[in-house]
Design a protein around this ligand. Structure first.
Ligand code: CA
Length: 155
């Protein structure tokens, strides 16, 4: 229960592109529409530790919207904070729902951070709010793989 994360601080070159591959595996839901609560998520953030990210920020990033979860392609963060969420949105009545995102490649356009030292956080959350710890109560597991993290220059 709770979260775990990895983080690294590094200098961002001018006009850098940060590319990585990720794969989220979950039997739980990221969010319950009925209770407006978050459960299991994969979260990538810049310069903000996982425990300081608010649900309002998650909502703003579409973490409660299946169409915004598990993004691929290029994202362009324009400030500190949450960049995106991974996970699945499933009605609690359908849990457990074994699922995985397959490998997804995402590229972050880091132009906003050119020449700065930043810290990149990648976190997995498994939230609970009270017993019984099953169904929509965070019983089911979630984890993620990260691979091929690399930084390149825009052409
Ligand atoms: Ca869980």
């Amino acid at each position: 229960m709770g979260y775990s994360y990895i983080a690294q601080k590094f200098a961002v070159p001018e006009n850098a592109l940060l590319r990585l591959r990720y794969r989220v595996i979950s039997s739980d839901t990221i969010y319950s529409v009925a209770t407006s609560r978050y459960f299991d998520s994969f979260e990538l953030s810049i310069n903000r530790v996982p425990w300081e990210i608010s649900d309002a920020e998650r909502n703003a990033r579409g973490c409660n919207n299946q169409n915004s979860l598990n993004p691929s392609g290029t994202l362009t963060p324009i400030g500190d904070g949450l960049v995106f969420c991974g996970g699945q949105l499933v009605p609690p009545s359908q849990l457990p729902n074994p699922w995985n995102s397959n490998w997804i490649t995402v590229t972050l356009n880091m132009a906003h951070f050119s020449g700065k030292d930043i810290t990149l956080y990648m976190a997995i959350w498994s939230r609970e709010y009270g017993p019984p710890y099953w169904n929509d109560q965070a019983y089911y597991n979630t984890y993620a793989y990260i691979d091929d993290v690399r930084m390149g220059q825009q052409p």
